[in-house]
Design a protein around this ligand. Structure first.
Ligand code: HEM
Length: 407
């Protein structure tokens, strides 16, 4: 497909702000999304392990990680919306074509996600009563949940890949010249690339376990040292073996790139993520002591390594769509909209910043307190400010709406 046709498919309304900024935010929010996805998969994987292992520590850990999985599903979904907005804004000709070609899968995405989440809750409700170390009931439900979550992820993967092959769209839409408007397409699945992102769940969740060992060490009555050390050891193995596996899968991904960008695997873009992953694996060789605050460093390093992966992944997309197909993403017509841009950043920084800081402060302190946690004056004030910021946001929303309506 020639560049002019691709460009003609762009939104005639143009962009409300510079494409470079949308691209940057897309990369950043994708890194956060995939980090939450990886934690979700790793935590629910450990819940599956806990459902079948005879080891009482393993059973207990599985149930604890089920709580992490429940929360990270919702975090992954909420943060997933952000890269969705950015990718469809700057790469709309590609993203929407992929969505139309695979329309049935796009619609099934939500339904499958709902069933996956319900299955997770079914397992949770069947097992929250009684002894945390007792054998699990309805173990099949958590297995079904993990499998369906992977199906959901594979749909996102296929959409992301289909958009990279404009030269194949016609063949997929009209195989042998006969139009197939069913939207059944599930094309361009790349096993190494998909497995790479999924396998990152191992080191990410491993680092989480090492952090958890330090976090709960202040509550020895509830979390005995033997249990926390079991979690720490498992975390270390997952981090070490996981980074090795991820690097191997990354090599497989680069070795099986489409011919049109086969050289990308030997470019400078692969080095920063590789170094990030090696650093994470190296950290697992000598894990911090249970009482060392350095226990959280592994998570930070993996978050940064994930961001480096996201940057290189974007460079790969750029090399294909701009380099090979001539799509001028940075020449996207601009129709500057300062109000929505300022509102976006202010919402992100002020409303999001205050509310998230408040919630994280409460959750962090509550988890490390024996008995009932009562927030101090600073956290309390933060809560009041968060509610105030949300109220001001709602007021400005209606005020601007009425103002525009009156014009
Ligand atoms: C809960 C299960 C989910 C899993 C396992 C999952 C997994 C993934 C994976 C593996 C990718 C990378 C695909 C690739 O580059 O090959 C991805 C990308 C993406 N995901 Fe998710 N995802 C999930 C849910 C969601 C949800 C609910 C949303 C949106 C609301 C979402 C939005 C996105 C977007 C927009 C991308 C592509 C971003 C881009 O190309 O810039 N995901 N996801």
């Amino acid at each position: 497909m020639d560049a002019q046709t691709l460009m003609a498919l762009r939104d005639p309304a143009g962009l409300p702000f510079f494409p470079e900024v949308f691209m940057g935010l897309g990369v950043l929010t994708f890194a956060l999304h995939i980090f939450a996805v990886q934690l979700m998969l790793g935590a629910s994987g450990l819940a599956v392990y806990g459902a079948f292992t005879p080891n009482p520590h393993g059973r207990r850990l599985g149930l604890a990680m089920l709580d992490v999985a429940k929360v990270s599903v919702s975090v992954a979904i909420v943060i997933g919306v952000a890269p969705l907005l950015f990718v469809q804004v700057i790469y709309d000709p590609f993203w929407y074509t992929a969505n139309v070609l695979s329309a049935r899968w796009v619609m099934a995405f939500i339904l499958i996600l709902i069933v996956a989440y319900l299955a997770m809750y079914l397992f949770y409700f069947r097992n929250t009563q009684g002894d945390a170390q007792a054998p699990r009931r309805s173990a099949w439900a958590i297995v079904v949940s993990v499998v369906l979550l992977l199906v959901v992820g594979s749909i996102m993967h296929v959409l992301t890949r289909e958009m990279l092959f404009p030269e194949d769209w016609k063949g997929w839409y009209a195989p042998d010249g006969v139009i197939d408007a069913s939207g059944d397409n599930y094309k361009a699945f790349a096993p190494f690339r998909f497995a790479f992102f999924i396998a990152m769940a191992l080191p990410v969740t491993g680092a989480w376990l090492i952090a958890m060992r330090h976090y709960f060490a202040v509550r020895p009555n509830r979390y005995p040292a033997t249990y926390l050390d079991f979690a720490g050891r498992l975390g270390r193995t997952m981090m070490l073996g996981g980074t090795a596996l991820v690097i191997l899968l990354g090599i497989g991904w680069m070795a099986t790139l489409p011919e049109k960008v086969a050289g990308f695997g030997a470019s400078v873009w692969v080095w920063p993520p590789l170094l990030g992953l090696l650093l994470a694996g190296g950290m697992a060789l000598k894990p911090p002591a249970r009482d060392s605050a350095g226990s959280y460093l592994g998570l930070v390093v993996l978050l940064v390594a994930g961001l480096l992966v996201a940057i290189s992944r974007e460079a790969l997309r750029y090399a294909i769509l701009v380099g090979e197909h001539g799509y001028q993403v940075f020449d996207y017509p601009l129709n500057m909209d300062w109000y929505s841009t300022v509102l976006f950043f202010a919402t992100f920084a002020i409303v999001g910043g205050l509310t998230l800081t408040y919630l994280i402060a409460v959750v962090w302190n509550a988890g490390r307190t024996e008995g009932v946690y009562t927030p101090g004056p600073v956290v309390d004030r933060l809560g009041t400010l968060s509610i105030g910021a949300i109220l001001v946001w709602i007021l400005q929303f209606f005020a601007i709406g009425f103002y525009v309506w009156m014009q």
